[in-house]
Ligand binder design. Structure first.
Ligand code: RFL
Ligand code: PHB
Length: 400
């Protein structure tokens, strides 16, 4: 038997994009249901992004989600760029007229959102199976799924939002031939660890080393997060903890500074990819976040882009569903893609400047170093990095 129901917006995926969209729509009095194929515990523990742009922080505060972020997040006014064995500071506040970034993990953003939505009585169906979106050429698209107890559901919607990440089903449900893909795979991956040890730095260190990139970031005053460039097809078994620490020491070292080591509680390898699908909408199916685009993590843009997409989408859907005006819904894809391509360029630029490309030669290495020397010596070049890193396009969330 199939259980039938209806809602205004059917949302596929309880990552940051889907959850925030449902939260923003509720602020405008619009109903939604979120379906998610993982468990709540899995969604709240999945280790991913850590860094929020100024505009993302301000949005979360403005909509009443800033309490724990303000108490526990770590505000950073800059970063360190390291190359040729020297560490240089970039002061974002000075370069951008006061902008900053905040370290507040994606796991915490997701926990805050799930807690707020469930407290408001929202429908989030975890551990669903066989999600399908159908009737996409009508004004009443349909969302189907099997819930955790095994019951099949069919939800008639006014709109469906595909917030189901890179491996979701919504992008592939768009009509064949509509979507253009622009893609680049990088010839290296990131090995990321979480370690129970206070960070050895006050702000993030991005290091270009002849043996590969390394990044020192953090989660809290007690927990460090670090990344190492590794070969694209690397296996995690080849990286016992002592090898990871010795490679981090080697790539991050500068005279007079110590990298503190501690127990590693998590380690994983992630591939590096740039990917943009356009358009991000077909009739009443809208894609948002990683379902539509992926950036390599070097620019810390993925989560911020997902949040920007759904902020634009919630505004467009309010106009469409409350006021019967389709103008912003029709502009949605172009509105998002402007920001997406800026972030795609920035992430590609940071990635190419800081990683060692195994196919490159002396010419490529010298270009990277020339670019890095330029960034730390020219105020114009440093400002370019700072204004992109802290978030170039403003977010807009009208008060009503
Ligand atoms: P998500 O988080 O992947 O969520 C999609 C959700 O959809 C569910 N799903 C389905 N549900 C129902 N039915 C189906 N058929 C489904 N298929 C999938 C999934 O289970 C999941 O819960 O996408 P969203 O919401 O668009 O959010 C995007 C961000 O997660 C991502 O862009 C960032 O994590 C990227 N990223 C970073 N972004 C930043 O802004 N700053 C950073 O510092 C940063 N660091 C990172 C990162 C990503 C990383 N990895 C592992 C890719 C560091 C790393 C290592
Ligand atoms: C993180 O804290 O996980 C992080 C920060 C900055 C990046 C990527 C990841 O560029």
């Amino acid at each position: 038997m199939t259980v039938s129901s209806r809602t205004q917006v059917g949302i596929v995926g309880a990552g940051p994009a889907g959850l925030l969209l449902s939260y923003l729509l509720a602020l405008r009095g619009i109903d939604s249901i979120v379906v998610e194929n993982r468990s709540r515990a899995y969604c709240e523990a999945r280790q991913r992004a850590g860094l929020l742009e100024t505009g993302t922080v301000e949005l979360l505060r403005d909509i009443g989600l800033g309490m724990r972020m303000d108490a526990e997040g770590l505000e950073h006014g800059g970063i360190y760029l390291q190359f040729e064995g020297e560490r240089h500071h970039l002061d974002f506040r000075d370069l951008t007229g006061g902008r900053w970034v905040t370290i507040y993990a994606q796991t915490e953003v997701v926990k805050d959102l799930i807690q707020a939505r469930l407290a408001a009585g929202a429908m989030i169906e975890f551990e669903v199976r066989d999600t399908e979106v159908a009737e996409l050429d009508t004004d009443q698209p349909v969302l189907r799924f099997t819930d955790a107890a095994g019951a099949r559901h069919e939800v008639t919607c006014d709109v469906i939002a595909g917030c189901d990440g890179f491996h979701g089903i919504c992008r592939d449900s768009l009509p064949a031939g509509l979507v253009t893909i622009a893609e680049r795979l990088y010839p290296y991956s990131w090995l990321g660890i979480l370690a129970t040890v206070p960070p050895s730095t006050d702000e993030l260190i991005y290091a270009r080393h002849d043996d590969g990139f390394a990044l020192h970031t953090m989660r809290s005053p007690q927990v460090s997060r670090l990344y190492l460039q590794v070969p694209a097809d690397e296996e995690i078994e080849r990286w016992p903890d002592d090898r990871i620490w010795s490679e981090l020491q080697h790539r991050l070292t500068v005279p007079g500074w110590d990298l503190k080591e501690g127990p590693i509680t998590e380690k994983a390898i992630s591939p590096m990819r740039s990917f943009v699908a356009s358009p991000m909408r077909h009739r009443r199916l809208f894609l948002a976040g990683d379902a539509a685009h992926i950036v390599p993590p070097t620019g810390a843009k993925g989560l911020n882009l997902a949040i920007a997409d759904v902020t634009a989408l919630a505004t467009a859907l309010t106009q469409l569903l409350r006021d019967g005006n389709a103008e912003l819904a029709e502009a949605y894809s172009d509105t998002c893609l402007g920001r997406v391509w800026r972030a795609t360029h920035f992430s590609w630029w940071m990635t190419s400047m800081l990683h060692v490309d195994p196919r490159s030669d002396q010419f490529g290495a010298q270009l990277q170093l020339a670019q890095l020397r330029y960034v730390i010596s020219s105020r114009a070049a440093a400002t370019t990095l700072a204004e992109n890193y802290t978030g170039y396009y403003p977010l807009s969330w009208p008060l009503t």
